[in-house]
Design a protein around this ligand. Structure first.
Ligand SMILES: [Zn+2]
Length: 305
């Protein structure tokens, strides 16, 4: 494939290789944007200098900002390989039977605390997990939990359970909080494991490495699963789309199956703390996560022979 620079591709040229076609191109005030459509009608929108693209309207953070050369947008090879190929071409093919749900925190680890509404993250995640289990079992999946009670569990032990229980997917449920005193930050984000050599997008909380983690065997599936869930969450709740993000979280690093970590809203936000306190909203979150998993599984199902 022709490249604009040694590590960049022309965006249009690269995505046409994945079967996308041009939808529109705009340039004004030095800000140019390009839009493409997949055969299945999924749109890709990219704008010069942004560190994300919109895929079916859902924000996916990139490792490198969108560039421009000779009047055409460019994308880095890293982002082409780890974002576009998984979402538009290289479908994960492993069947999914057993799903391990990980309600974040527990026991002495309360997670975030909502001062205004008097609940803790460990309680909200366990409740959401129970709702998700019912929905997934209705779809015919076997469901396991890392914890069913208010107990403390080591992060590494949660990931190890995916191996011991022979899980096909790992879903870690969390709720978020901003800096102390900030009641305005809100929105939903879904994390997958940072690919080897790439930047994490969680402001450097997790360790940086160029070597591959065991969980990096599932980069393609991780991205497809994260995007599928984030898409359903954002569309169903109308929450601020904070994007598909990447981090080397302990629960994701050593997984023996594809996995994601979901931050289903901010307990520190006036608006979202009240929503998360409401059982109907947690049910909505569970339904969106279940729908995103089903979307992923349908796409991942091996073709009938
Ligand atoms: Zn958490």
């Amino acid at each position: 494939m022709l490249s604009a620079a040694s590590t960049d591709y022309y965006l249009g040229e690269s995505v046409r290789q994945l079967g996308l076609r041009d939808a529109s191109r705009q340039a004004s005030d030095g800000r140019s944007s390009e839009r493409y459509l997949s055969r299945g009608g999924i749109s890709l929108y990219a704008e010069y200098s942004k560190d994300f693209v919109l895929i079916d309207g859902v924000k996916v953070l990139l490792d490198d900002a969108i560039g421009s050369q000779r009047g055409h947008l460019t994308v880095s090879k890293r982002d082409y390989d780890k974002v576009f190929v998984p979402l538009f071409w290289d479908l994960p093919k492993d069947p999914v039977r057993r799903i391990l749900i990980d309600p974040g925190h527990g026991g002495k680890d309360t997670g975030k605390v909502s001062g205004a509404f008097k609940y803790t993250e460990k309680v909200a995640t366990l409740d959401t997990a129970a709702r998700l289990k019912i929905l997934l079992e209705k779809q015919g999946f076997e469901v396991e939990f890392t914890r069913t009670k208010d107990v403390f569990l080591d992060l590494d032990d949660r990931a190890a359970m995916a191996t011991s229980l022979k899980a096909d997917l790992f879903i870690s449920l969390h709720y978020n909080a901003g800096p102390t005193g900030d009641t305005t930050a809100d929105g939903i984000e879904t994390y997958c494991l940072t690919p080897a050599g790439q930047r994490s997008t969680n402001a450097g909380k997790a360790k940086s490495t160029t070597s591959a983690e065991p969980g990096n065997r599932f980069d393609t599936a991780n991205m497809a699963l994260a995007w599928g869930i984030q898409r359903r969450l954002v569309k169903s709740t109308g929450a601020d789309d904070r994007g598909v993000r990447r981090a080397r979280f302990a629960v994701l690093r050593t997984l023996s199956c594809p996995g994601v970590l979901i931050e289903g809203g901010f307990m520190s936000s006036r608006k979202e703390a009240a929503l998360i306190a409401d059982a109907a909203y947690r049910q909505k979150i569970a339904e969106a996560v279940a729908a995103g998993i089903v979307d992923y599984v349908v796409r991942a199902r091996p073709a009938a022979k």
